[in-house]
Write a protein of this length. Structure first.
Length: 221
């Protein structure tokens, strides 16, 4: 693994550009919450209550050539908890991300820890889901919020367990089946996530990433 540490005014400029994107993501989060709340109030409400969702699947992550990480494939997980606002809209917190399989490009080949997921890109997003039908059918989702990067090899070199952070947005589509007469649902989802991570000190610089995940979910709402 080749690690290059950038320094000088270029790193400061990149940090400023990364910070400039924060207001846009915050505005997107606020707009999502406001829009869904207003739409939910305008619709007739019959079904409300807590909403929970657990998903697992496979994903691929790509970073191009602008980061230390080389990307790759791995396991994708998601945990959501929130409220069902009415028959069609759900809103909550989405905690999840991808654990990348160790490879020559993103881990130390001489490390005894190569049997673990040596890199992770995770997020904590405000998520909204739209279900056109109450008991089955298509599911549409959006999310936005902070993103975090961890690299086992970088932790050993720098002593920092957090190697980078930034912001990300996610869009998903899937299909939902209600199981029996209770509130249990089975879903298949396809998610596309875009984000930007800035490295934490002593490293400088940043990278953009794209992620595609296919997963199976169990939901209660």
């Amino acid at each position: 693994m080749n690690i290059s540490v950038k320094s000088g005014t270029g790193g400061a400029g990149q940090a400023k550009r990364a910070a400039a994107g924060v207001p846009a993501v915050l505005a997107l989060i606020g707009l999502m919450g406001l829009s869904v709340t207003q739409i939910a109030r305008a619709e007739e409400t019959r079904n409300t209550g807590w909403w929970a969702d657990v998903g697992i699947g496979g994903a691929g992550l790509s970073t191009g050539n602008d980061g230390i990480t080389s990307g790759g494939g791995g396991v994708w997980v998601s945990l959501m908890l929130g409220r069902r606002l009415n028959d069609h809209w759900l809103m909550g917190l989405d905690l999840g991300g991808i654990g990348l399989h160790p490879s020559a490009g993103n881990s130390d080949p001489y490390s005894s820890n190569n049997n673990i997921y040596s890199e992770t890109v995770t997020h904590s997003m405000l998520a909204v889901r739209y279900v056109p039908q109450i008991d089955h059918g298509w599911v549409w989702g959006l999310g936005a919020g902070p993103a975090y990067y961890y690299n086992h090899t970088l932790e050993q070199l720098t002593g920092n367990s957090s190697n980078g952070n930034g912001w990300a947005a996610d869009a998903g589509v899937g299909y939902d089946w209600k199981i029996g007469q209770n509130k249990t649902h089975i879903e298949t989802m396809l998610n596309v996530e875009q984000g930007r991570i800035s490295y934490n000190a002593p490293l400088t610089g940043q990278f953009n990433y794209s992620e595609i995940a296919a997963s199976v979910h169990v939901a209660w709402f």
